[in-house]
Ligand binder design. Sequence first.
Ligand code: ATP
Ligand code: MG
Length: 504
Amino acid sequence: VGLETDDPVIYRAEVTPERPAVYDVATGRTLNYGTLDLAVARAAYRLLEILGNRPAMQRIAILGRNSIEQITVCLACQRAGLVFVPLNWRLGAAELGQIIADCEPSLLLHDAEFAPVLAEISEAMPRTIAVEGEGGWAELVATAPRAEPASVDADAPCIMLYTSGTTGSPKGVIITRRNAFASAVNFSLVGEVTSHSVTLCDLPFFHTIGLVAIGRTTLMMGGRLVISDRFMPDRTLSVLGDPALGITHYFAVPQMAAALRNAPAWDPKALKALQAIFIGGAPLSPALIETFLEDGIPLVNGYGMSEAGTTIHVPLDRDAVARHPGSVGYPAPLLAVRLVGDDGQDVPDGEVGEIWVKGPSVTPGYWNNPGETARAFVGEWYRTGDLGRRGEGGVIYVPDRLKDMYISGGENVFPAEIEAVIGAHPKVRDVAVLGLPDPKWGECGVAFIVAQADLPSADEILAHCAHRLASYKRPARIVFLDQIPRTASGKAQKHILRQAHANS
Ligand code: ATP
Ligand code: MG
């Protein structure tokens, strides 16, 4: 009578059907594990019916804000042996069109608010169904019978996530059932997610941290997942401070954390149940960690990526956050990690090498992209394209991406370090640093700065850097811009800046 399942909900629906599973802040809806399981089984039935029970591995795309429906469809895809592809709703019609053409979904579900952008797409479109409204997906599912779980092998894909597009066009990362399960196990261990955890996710589900990590992990562990359809500092703070919910885990990218800390409603005393704010997706500045620590709230700097099933490193030991500010801690238990030098050998402790990973949560490769897949793998090892350094106590630091590091006068420079220094200047709103060719030094740093209303001079910025950075790290040039191109998760798209400023 064993269940023999990797489905995050089937087990919990069997043993704790009455426990609350998901709560949607925007609609006030709640499902317990029993009703969530029923919703998933019904959605799986409709998906198979619409696809005419065609062979497995069909892609189901969704363009929608975080909602119970979206989680349900994600789990229903796995249950039906289909592949769930959440699309980034911050993209424009042209970018979305490219992704849709690349993944060729059989069906596209969408929120009503995204109908106009879909109408603008010039590429061939699959069948689309709005989630809400008459004849919409929600209505179709409500009246469906239950589907039996498809028996699919562990190496079958169940999710495909497009990368953020920070370094170029987004790539489709294939996530198998084994990857998804291993990711949730890793995340529960490093994040200490248990059946008593209440997690809040207002990061968009189309990022690996959303559905692959927070969503699945919370449900697999039998905790309570609180979802919100958008990040707004005041709303987030009121949800975090709501004693009836008792949020224990919150997840954010660095800019969201900074926005919370600067919001007028910020009151750390109200966040009683909160164990930590988990940060990931981009470099976290030590200054921000410090401000939060002063308020008694640890910012846990997690390092990960879509290709590795979210988590690679996390400072599990909360004290490590204070002892090793800026470090990303220790590798997740199911992963093997190497730091590899140019010669393909492991670098000694203290030196910087590329981070390579291997393990059950690591993707088998990119969808429809054998070239990128071949470039990314050396045997079973996945080359992350990120740099790492092993510091005191074995904790890892991620100084920057390999692509972004530059060499000035023979010295390696990590733009993220310079960005943290310049970004801490009160008159700077945003900053990105690039290494550009320089006749004397080989490469030199150029700082692109978006100023606050109170405009700083270039000299002021340079004087600020002079006290804090070695001379070879100081930017040779400062360019003021109105805006820095950033991805949905707030990462600077340096390839765009580089192209625009290559000859200036
Ligand atoms: P693309 O692959 O399309 O260029 P992306 O790499 O930004 O986009 P994601 O998978 O969303 O796509 O992000 C993973 C990347 O984010 C990592 O490879 C790393 O460069 C960066 N990152 C994640 N967490 C951290 C962290 N804690 N510190 C520094 N960098 C981080
Ligand atoms: Mg990447």
